[in-house]
Design a protein around this ligand. Structure first.
Ligand SMILES: [Zn+2]
Length: 263
């Protein structure tokens, strides 16, 4: 029987399980292949979802001329003690300021219901529409695992992430959501999808101190919201900590970590 390619012989195996070797150090995360990007679309459920470290990558991209658009699927109106009709416009202002802190001027907020975001064709179509409008090189979304951020992930986050994965594909398919073609929107194939703050990142965007400061500033723009959340860690401590962890995985001081999928 011939030897199967890729199967290690006995010598190699014994070398690999050398009991004197320390714990295997994983190789540093490779860089997100963003060198040729000119447009990025970030799609998340709520105001502030981009501000937990991910906006440092945005600041890095916009500084070198990449156009970044934020699409919020809800206005975040159910996230505070005050009534939704007060909260929605307030959070839009705070998000606009957060966008400005990292060089983003294109902010779009849809009116899907906060706290009751439903995965489905309507959400996929709305995401596909903006993908076709913006024609991004890459789409960024947030972690949508069932378990995330140290506990169970929020329902809207799960629905949003799944709809983003599908909506990005839908945008490329001329035979689904044909009403988008009637709106004059041609199919668009996005080259990459990034999931921010994943449990197991595959790639990273190295960010410098200026980008870290911009990311801290962007979270601080959600002033009323941060006042509402009891025991929210100080952005000045929390954001550098998140980005230092990314940096440790990437072999740099600070980095935003992602799962990257080429499409
Ligand atoms: Zn959220």
């Amino acid at each position: 029987m011939s030897k199967v390619a890729g199967v290690h012989d006995a010598d190699e195996m014994s070398e690999m399980s050398d009991p004197t070797a320390g714990p295997a150090v994983p190789p540093p995360l490779p860089a997100v292949p963003d060198a040729d990007w000119s447009r990025v679309l970030c799609v998340v459920a709520h105001p502030d979802d981009m501000e937990y470290g991910t906006s440092s990558a945005v600041a890095t991209w916009t500084r070198r001329g990449v156009e970044v658009c934020y699409l919020l699927l809800t206005a975040g109106e159910a996230g505070m003690a005050e009534p939704p009709e007060v909260v929605a416009p307030l959070r839009a202002i705070e998000q606009r300021n957060a966008c400005a802190a990292v060089g983003v001027t294109d902010l779009r907020i849809l009116d899907h219901p906060d706290g009751m975001l439903e995965y489905g064709l309507a959400l996929r179509r709305d995401i596909a529409r903006v993908v076709r409008q913006v024609r991004p090189d890459a789409v960024v979304t947030a972690n949508f695992d069932v378990e995330a951020y140290g506990g169970f992930n929020q329902a809207d986050h799960r629905a949003a992430g799944l709809a983003v994965v599908d909506g990005v594909r839908d945008a490329a398919n001329p035979w689904v959501f044909r009403e988008l073609a009637e709106e004059g929107l041609a199919p668009w194939h996005t080259g990459g999808l990034l999931v921010a703050n994943p449990a197991q990142p595959t790639h990273a965007v190295t960010v410098d101190e200026e980008a870290v400061r911009a990311a801290v500033a962007s979270l601080n723009c959600h002033e009323a919201y941060l006042r509402h959340v009891t025991d929210h860690p100080r952005p000045e401590e929390m954001i550098p900590e998140i980005l230092r962890a990314g940096g440790a995985a990437a072999g740099t001081e600070y980095a935003a970590a992602f799962r990257y999928y080429g499409l």
